[in-house]
Design a protein around this ligand. Structure first.
Ligand SMILES: *Cc1c(COP(=O)(O)O)cnc(C)c1O
Length: 362
């Protein structure tokens, strides 16, 4: 048996380390979810999220992990005779395509090699070949450590394909990377809270455009649990359709207060600073897996150019320091390793971790 009550400090790209003051929010007295206290908590939280993501549109709090919103996006906003273009550049963006298929909708795939970015030109060329109701993409590809150029893509979409809806998985980007929802013109984006929100897993935050909400009204068989119409109806009362994970919302509220106080520019810069530090270390000792200019500010995927045993190194640091970082994702298990620098991880934490890896490399 492991000592799961004294687990290792986490530098994996989710769940990430959660600070004690945040954990305490999850043990506050509970509220009745149809009582005014809850509505106050909900309303205040949503108002702060609107500031954090620069939006005047809809924010839904979903008691599910982010994967639930993948399915919600398709079931609410794509009709059965419509086709979705899934852009794919790694393990998580690939999953969008599986979700579309499993919901019985038609899919076309636009693939690039892992470690490469999806560009506006690639999407534009593909959209010219057919009729698509929506495109899917991932903001930050957690397998390859790459942030797609989403602002450039969005600019192109608004100019050339304004009728095509845009669904973006921002799970490992939200909070850590700039996200001006209304300016980007996206229809749906979301994250689970165990990434850069730095909260234990169990909840997702979804941003839904007014256009996406209007579309959902016309799509049949949206399902019950993730019906956007039900979310909108209850959101008007600062409630959720079913009983939410209220402790998580208390923690989201707490984290949002800190983010609003710090200011999002400062939050993004803090992530950028940590990323620069880890990237410099990575280039000195190994190399980056993805193209340098697209390297993410929330996690770094390092190419194992020295052929070290990633598994053994992780094991050694776990045994000596009760700390773990991430191995490569899926097929990249031993070819890369991943270090998260998001949420409440601090520069000093990273210096400590990289120092320990240095020792193992000697
Ligand atoms: C972690 C992650 C997911 C999966 O999130 P769940 O909370 O497990 O549903 C999806 N997409 C990306 C980009 C991720 O990093």
């Amino acid at each position: 048996m492991t000592d799961w009550k004294n687990p290792p400090r986490l530098f994996i790209p989710g769940p990430v380390k959660v600070d004690d003051d945040v954990l305490q929010q999850l043990s506050l007295p509970t509220l009745g979810h149809r009582l005014p206290e809850y509505s106050d908590l909900h309303g205040e939280t949503v108002d702060m999220l609107k500031k954090i993501f620069f939006t005047e549109q809809n924010i839904f709090l979903s008691t599910s992990s982010a994967s639930g919103i993948w399915e919600a996006a398709i079931r609410n906003c794509v009709d059965f005779d419509e086709t979705v273009l899934c852009t794919m550049c790694g393990a998580f963006s690939d999953k969008w395509s599986s979700v579309v298929k499993s919901c019985g909708r038609k899919v076309e795939e636009l693939k690039v090699d892992w470690g490469r970015a999806i560009t506006p030109e690639l999407i534009d060329a593909k959209l010219a070949t057919g009729k698509y109701a929506a495109i899917t993409m991932v903001y930050n590809e957690t397998s390859t450590g790459l942030a797609n150029p989403v602002y450039e893509i969005s600019k192109m979409m608004k100019e050339k394909h304004p009728d095509v809806m845009v669904f973006v998985d921002s799970v490992s980007a939200m909070v850590g990377l700039p996200l001006h929802f209304d300016e980007l013109g996206w229809d749906i984006t979301f994250a689970s809270v165990q990434k850069a929100f730095a909260i234990p897993p169990g909840m997702a935050v979804a941003l839904v455009s007014d256009r996406a909400l209007a579309k959902s009204e016309k799509v049949p068989y949206r399902g019950y649990y993730f019906d956007f119409q039900a979310f909108a109806k209850t959101a008007a009362k600062n409630q959720t359709p079913t009983t939410p994970s209220i402790p998580h919302i208390m923690a989201i509220n707490y984290q949002c207060k800190k983010l609003v106080k710090e200011g999002m520019e400062n939050v993004w810069n803090r992530h950028k600073k940590m990323a620069k530090y880890v990237r410099a270390w990575a280039k000195e000792n190994f190399d980056l897996f993805c193209e340098d200019r697209y390297a993410s500010d929330t996690l770094t995927t390092i190419k194992n150019t020295k052929g070290i045993s990633v598994a053994d190194t992780i094991k050694a640091i776990k045994e000596k320091h009760n700390t773990v970082f991430g191995n490569g994702y899926g097929k990249l298990k031993e070819d890369t390793f991943r270090i998260a620098h998001m949420g409440d991880i601090k520069m000093d934490d990273l210096k400590e971790l990289l120092g320990w890896i240095d020792e193992e490399l000697k």
